[in-house]
Ligand binder design. Structure first.
Ligand code: TPP
Ligand code: MG
Length: 662
């Protein structure tokens, strides 16, 4: 035991810094730790400056990028749009397996509220990002300041309160010393595999610049263990019994498999049991497409193989999935009256969905436990079941081939032919990024995923405009230089590692929503590969609108006609010229042959390169296979126009198939 400390002989060591300087110094010394590896928790800070962060955090970042060479630095990244900075951070975090994240600093008011969509996206997808919006003065010497929205009945409300419901942790630092507990809680949540998402520390701008004597211990290096909780013994026993009694089990692998790096464990589990594996959008890549147990995407955008298995499954084993309506075909997919669910999930919330047997654990640890518990007692599916899905998988593969085939080199390609041409060139190095439009469905159905991190489709929030900034985040996480995982610590980092081909695939509507981060890719000289698929509007929503009685309102980019509708000629918009004007090298492809060459050229290009292609409207041969399962979009119950009346009849038929799993 050490002697009691005398207050008089050893005064606590302190460091006088502003709140912003203390925060940046603190963030520079935080690490995550998992499976014996350590990573910087906050790899870099994105920022757009204005009043509310220019003098506080801005000044602190200047100091953290220079000065004391021995101290860890905080790299700064310049973004163009606050929402896009969050998307970049999310792309980075996902590529880093949630072991490293970015911070995002903004000015007050519009800069801060521009974060809301990105924050929701991060939280929905359970990907860590630290948001540092500037906030109005804590001391309030002169209300209102520029960009302050006043609330007459509540003086302590600011626009940043919009970030509360989309954040996993929120605090407003109204005094310097309040940063100490808040910063520690923020790190806890970012590194917590069950709770992670957007974490917001709102920073009143006067407090950012205020000095305080910080205890030296605040700046000690800290490691946050990303835990792998093991399952409860009784839950595991119940799970084993459920699997052993299943005759037609089906695994639904979600994003949790990837976040937990459980792919190999899943492969070992299926090798032992031969249970087929279907995947959600976030889980695609859990097994390679050519793994015998991989039956592809499930649900509304799923394969015929996976959806047929889902309809007859007696045990659905959900691993790291949230069971969205796309996965369950809006509660119509799991038709077997005897179906039960077993959910391996790190959150109790998801583990209990669909009245499942819960198995609350880390995906990898849980699967390891399940594998060894089953190995002792022996379990393997009936060979006839295996033969059945293997045959169905081969039949689906022929449909993929048919959708990808582009026999006429001089023709304008359809969208699925674009994917086929990309498929022909991609290796396991390529990473595809997409989030919205008709591409996520086509990709989920058709893409042959060759590596665990190849398929990067954000479909939790399906946010148009995620693609380009997310690709930047992925490039920062995987590239040779730049502010990403600390060199040498993940065994593959360092200046010799080449960039991987990272593709942002965007529709024309998506491009127009958020092209600005092209400038960031140009500034950082990142070899972003952008493919713009031009079809003059929202093909996806147009088709949906037609099916639900919306008559395609507002889904085509056309001039107004004489009656005020939008049936005039297509708008003379040149997105290729737009991308070029932002600094990209642009390759225009008019035909299948052009496109093949352009993709090959872009794939090896060293700078940011755009491939622009006008796509042909697909027919039943050149388009994707139709939806194999329903999606619930309620149709007007009463309407005068025939399109909606007819759509409602079909809707009522589909609704009858909905069921609650209790
Ligand atoms: C930010 C945002 N706003 C609206 C939507 C709804 N939405 C989904 S797809 C889509 C149209 C996408 O158009 P485009 O990128 O051209 O793809 P296409 O449908 O033509 O394949 C819209 C508006 C969304 N997903 N995200
Ligand atoms: Mg479009």
């Amino acid at each position: 035991m050490s002697a009691p400390r005398s207050e008089h002989t050893t005064p606590p060591r302190t460091r006088c810094l502003t709140t912003a300087q203390a925060l940046v110094a603190f963030l520079s010394r935080q690490y995550t730790e998992r499976d014996g590896r350590r990573h910087r928790l906050i790899g870099a800070t994105w920022g757009i400056f204005g009043h509310g962060n220019v003098a506080g955090i801005g000044q602190a970042l200047v100091e953290a990028g220079s000065g004391d060479r021995a101290a860890p630095r905080m790299p700064y990244l310049q973004g163009r749009n606050e929402q896009a900075m969050v998307h970049a951070a999310v792309g980075y975090a996902r590529q880093c397996g949630r072991l490293s994240a970015h911070a995002v600093t903004t000015s007050i008011g519009p800069g801060a509220t521009n974060l809301v969509t990105g924050a929701a996206l991060a939280t929905v997808n359970r990907l860590p990002v630290l948001l540092l919006p500037g906030d109005t003065f804590a001391t309030r010497p002169a209300d209102p300041v520029l960009q302050q929205l006043e609330t007459g009945h509540a003086g302590d409300v600011s626009v940043n309160d919009c970030l509360r419901p989309v954040s996993r942790y929120f605090d407003r630092i109204t005094r310097p010393e309040a940063l100490i507990p808040a910063a520690l809680q923020a790190m806890r949540v970012l590194a917590d595999p069950a709770e992670t998402g957007a974490v917001t520390l709102a920073l009143p701008q006067d407090v950012q610049a205020e000095a305080y004597d910080w205890p030296e211990e605040f700046f000690a290096e800290r490691s946050w263990r990303v835990r792998r909780p093991a399952p409860d013994a009784a839950e595991l026993e119940a799970a084993v019994r459920a699997v052993r009694s299943a005759r037609r089990p089906l695994i639904v692998a979600g994003g949790g498999v990837r976040h937990s790096a459980a792919e190999e464990t899943l492969a070992a589990f299926t090798a032992a049991t031969r249970i087929p594996v279907a995947t959600t959008q976030a889980g695609k890549g859990a097994l390679r497409h050519d793994h015998p147990a991989d039956v592809g995407g499930i649900g509304h955008t799923g394969t015929a193989t996976a959806d047929a298995l889902a309809r007859t499954a007696d045990l659905v084993i959900g691993i790291g999935t949230r069971y969205t309506d796309f996965t369950t075909a809006s509660a119509t997919l799991f038709e077997n009256p005897a179906v039960r669910f077993l959910n391996l999930n790190i959150t109790g919330f998801d583990a209990h969905k669909l009245a499942a047997l819960p198995l609350v654990a880390d995906a990898r640890t849980g699967l390891e436990a399940l594998t060894s518990a089953l190995a002792g007692r022996g379990y393997r599916i009936d060979p006839a079941y295996e033969t059945e899905y293997t045959g169905a998988k081969e039949a689906w593969e022929e449909r993929v081939e048919a959708s990808f085939a582009a026999p006429d080199p001089a023709a304008r390609p359809t969208q699925t032919q674009v994917l086929g041409l990309l498929d022909a060139q991609a290796t396991e190095d390529d990473i595809l990024i997409n989030a919205a439009g008709s591409l996520p469905g086509d990709l989920h159905k058709l893409w042959r995923t060759r590596s665990r991190d190849q398929y990067h489709v954000e479909y939790g929030y399906s946010c148009m405009g995620y693609e380009i900034p997310a690709a930047i985040g992925v490039l920062l996480a995987t590239g040779p230089h730049g502010p990403h995982l600390p060199h040498g610590q993940d065994g593959q980092d360092g200046p010799d590692r080449p960039h991987r081909p990272v593709w942002a695939l965007v529709g024309d509507g998506t491009y127009l929503m958020n092209p600005t981060e092209i400038v960031t890719a140009v500034q950082e000289n990142l070899p972003l590969k952008l493919v713009i698929l031009q079809n003059h509007g929202y093909a996806s929503i147009g088709g949906l609108s037609e099916a639900v009685g919306g008559e395609r309102l507002g889904t085509a980019y056309r001039h107004r006609d004489a009656d005020g509708g939008f049936t005039g000629p297509p708008l003379p918009v040149d997105l290729a010229a737009n991308a070029a004007s932002l600094g990209m090298r642009v390759l225009r492809a008019h035909t299948v042959d052009d496109l093949r060459g352009a993709l090959a050229e872009a794939r090896t290009a060293e700078g940011p390169t755009c491939v622009y292609v006008e796509t042909e409207t697909p027919d039943t041969v050149s388009g994707p296979p139709p939806a194999q399962a329903w999606w619930d979009v309620p149709v007007a119950e009463t309407a005068t126009r025939p399109a909606a009346v007819k759509a409602r009849e079909e809707y009522d038929r589909q609704v009858a198939a909905r069921r609650r799993h209790l």
